[in-house]
Write a protein that binds this ligand. Sequence first.
Ligand code: SPV
Ligand code: MG
Length: 430
Amino acid sequence: MNKKTVYIGIATDMLHEGHINILNRGAELGNVIVGLLTDDAIATYKDIPHYDYENRKILLQNFKQISEIIPQESLDYTKNLELIKPDFVVHGDDWRKGIQKDIRKQVVKTLKKWSGKLIEVKYKTDIPFKNIYKIFEKGSLPDIRRSKLKRLLIAKKFVRVLEAHDALSGLIVENSSFTKKGKIESYDAMWSSSLADSLTKGRPDDQSVDYSTRIHGLAPILETTTKPIIFDADNGGRTEHIPSLVRNLERNGVSAMIIEDKTGYKINSLFKNQSKSKQDSVKNFSNKISIAKKSSYSEDFMVIARVESLILGKSINDALKRAENYSKAGADAILIHSKSNKPDEILKFAKIFKKNKFYKPLVSVPSTYSKTKEKTLRQNGFQIIIYANHLIRASYKSMQETAKKILEHKRSYETEKNISKISEVLTLIK
Ligand code: SPV
Ligand code: MG
């Protein structure tokens, strides 16, 4: 009699008894084909795995219960199930609730087409050293958090970043997700913006809130979230202070800092009138980049150079020359900033820079060209997209309208439909 086919989707690199139970059950039922989730697929719904796909595959190849390992490229099983048409899918019963609930439904629906069956094994909760798994899985340790950005770039080739200015906005970045057709969209990292950090302190974005204050301000975010942080370090400050800035950031678990090639009077790049701003010389700024890179103790801390040529009305050629030099100086990625309401100039820049032998991943901040979809940016070589100020803008507008409404109506009732319910905020943090 032909042996039955069993499909088991596996993501983790933290194997424990619970997984072995599932594999054993599968082996009892037939030939086990493991759909090993790719790094990209895992990163869409939880932390990026500590071991990459190839390493996880090597580990699993030695399990006697497994006949074959194939990649599962999304959280959704449908593609692999249609391909294999297994008699059984075996999974822990933990996915009946939470983020994987819809995935489970889709599996049941797909299996029905050829009368396949879903077999659920009781999920094991009494795992020894559970807290260790938790710490690793949560990635809350500074070294783990810091390393995530580079690993995400390698695994996903694309990192979506949203501004966070305090623990609450950090938690929103950490936990927001949107599911469509079984595909989960979420944020990969947080942007610690000089604009947002200045505004929360009632200051203009002019570098008057010093780095120590801003790094101390990260503590509540670091204590409550796990996603990587990219720090907006303006122009990096005085060259001789760069080593201590870099070490302070990496010690705290920050993954990257972005420094811009401007000197003198600091104003936010989105101001129309930039007449008081000057651009640094290529030589001086390249030196800053090189010092920042040499100061870093860890291999995973990224230094990203921000080219302000287009902000200051200079040519695309000037931006390209600078990008090449900053890349030669050691920059890990290049942010080409623009305040145009169309993406044309940065796309043109990207098209040419892509062919340069000193090409590095590109970063976009689509605040003014906000109609541009991520897909367009990705197709043109942008691998990091930063939504730089949207949570501070959202909260400011909502707070202002709420304050006005109470004055207008002399009671708070009219504010209620646009603000969170008391029951919601009471249980927001558990
Ligand atoms: C910030 O968020 O502070 C930035 C990005 O530097 S921008 O405001 O677009 O200059
Ligand atoms: Mg800034």
